[in-house]
Design a protein around this ligand. Structure first.
Ligand SMILES: NC(=O)c1ccc[n+]([C@@H]2O[C@H](COP(=O)([O-])OP(=O)(O)OC[C@H]3O[C@@H](n4cnc5c(N)ncnc54)[C@H](OP(=O)(O)O)[C@@H]3O)[C@@H](O)[C@H]2O)c1
Length: 257
C-alpha cells in the first residue's frame, strides 16, 4: 500500500458509485480507491478486458462494458447500477478523450466525436442517474482538465469541451442545490494514463510531449493517477456537505506557470 492510500480517510461504506473510463488511468485509480473506501463501484468503458483488470483489484468493482456515445448507453448504465444495488450515490464522469486539431485541420466528424464523449455522454448519464442521486442526496464529480480554463494551442476543441464540462458543473450545482445534490469538477494537469496513446500519437511523440510537460510543471513532474483519484474521493466524500459548483485544479502548479 502506498503512502497516499494509507492516508485515505474518505468513508464510502455502503455507497454506490458509477465511474466511467474505469479501464485505465484516472478512472481505474478512482474505481479502486472508491472500492477500498467501501463503495460498490460500477466501472464503465468499452474494453471488457481492461475493466476486468480493474475489477481484479477489488471485489467491490463490477465491470460494465458500454460505449457511452451510444444513444441507449446512459440509461442502461444507470439501470445496471440500480439493478445490482438499488441506488446511486456518486457519479464520476471521467471517460474522455483528448485530440490535437489545429484550426486549419478542423474536421466536423472529429469535433462531433470529441463533444459526444466529453460533453454529451456525461450530460445524458447525469440525467439518467438524477432521480437516484436526488433520492440519495448524492453527488456528481466531473473530470475536466487544466485546459478547461487555460488555452491549448493546437488542441482548442479539447480545451473547449473541458470548458463546457466546467460550465455544466457550475450550472448543475445551482440547479440541483435545492435538492441537496452536489456537483463539483476536478481539473487534473498532465497525468500518467493511456490518453496520449488513445489520441493516436506515436511512442516517440508521446515521450517528447511527456518530457516537455514535466519541464513546464512548476513541481517538476507529471501526476500519478492514484494521487488524482484521492481528490475525486474528497470531492465525492459524503462528509463534504458544503462544497458545490467548484472546479479544483490539481496540476503541480501548471495553471499558474
Ligand atoms: N491524463 C491526463 O493528462 C489528463 C489531464 C487532464 C484531464 N484528463 C481527463 O481525465 C479523464 C480520464 O483520462 P485518462 O487520462 O485517465 O485517460 P485514459 O487512460 O485514456 O482513460 C480514458 C478512459 O475513457 C474510456 N473511454 C473512451 N471512450 C469511451 C467511450 N466511447 N465509452 C466509454 N468509455 C470510453 C477509455 O476506455 P475504453 O477505451 O475501453 O472505452 C479509458 O479507460 C478524461 O476525461 C481526460 O480528458 C486527463
Amino acid at each position: 500500500m502506498t503512502e497516499t492510500q494509507q492516508h485515505q480517510h474518505t468513508d464510502l461504506q455502503g455507497r454506490v458509485a458509477i465511474v466511467t473510463g474505469a479501464g485505465s488511468g484516472i478512472g481505474r485509480a478512482t474505481a479502486i480507491a472508491m472500492a477500498r473506501a467501501g463503495a460498490r463501484v460500477l466501472g464503465v468503458g468499452r474494453r471488457h478486458e481492461a475493466l476486468q483488470a480493474t475489477a481484479a483489484h477489488h471485489p467491490g468493482i463490477v465491470a460494465h462494458p458500454a460505449d457511452l456515445r451510444a444513444p441507449e448507453a446512459p440509461a442502461q448504465v444507470a439501470q445496471a447500477a440500480t439493478r445490482q444495488w438499488g441506488r446511486i450515490d456518486v457519479l464520476v464522469n471521467n471517460a474522455g478523450a483528448t485530440a490535437m486539431m489545429p484550426l486549419a485541420e478542423t474536421d466536423a466528424d472529429r469535433v462531433a466525436a470529441l463533444f459526444a464523449l466529453n460533453v454529451t455522454a456525461p450530460s445524458l448519464l447525469a440525467a439518467a442517474a438524477l432521480p437516484h442521486l436526488r433520492d440519495r442526496k448524492g453527488t456528481i464529480v466531473n473530470i475536466s482538465s487544466t485546459y478547461g480554463h487555460r488555452p491549448l494551442p493546437g488542441g482548442a476543441h479539447y480545451a473547449a469541451s473541458k470548458a463546457a464540462i466546467e460550465q455544466l458543473t457550475r450550472s448543475w450545482a445551482l440547479e440541483l442545490a435545492p435538492e441537496g445534490v452536489r456537483v463539483n469538477a476536478l481539473a487534473p494537469g498532465p497525468t500518467e494514463s493511456e490518453a496520449l496513446s488513445a489520441a493516436g500519437l506515436a511512442e516517440a511523440d508521446i515521450d517528447r510531449i511527456k518530457e516537455a510537460e514535466a519541464a513546464r510543471i512548476p513541481l517538476g513532474r507529471r501526476g500519478d493517477p492514484e494521487e488524482v483519484a484521492q481528490w475525486v474521493l474528497r470531492l465525492a466524500d459524503p462528509g463534504t456537505t458544503w462544497l458545490t459548483g467548484q472546479v479544483l485544479t490539481i496540476d503541480g502548479g501548471l495553471e499558474l506557470a
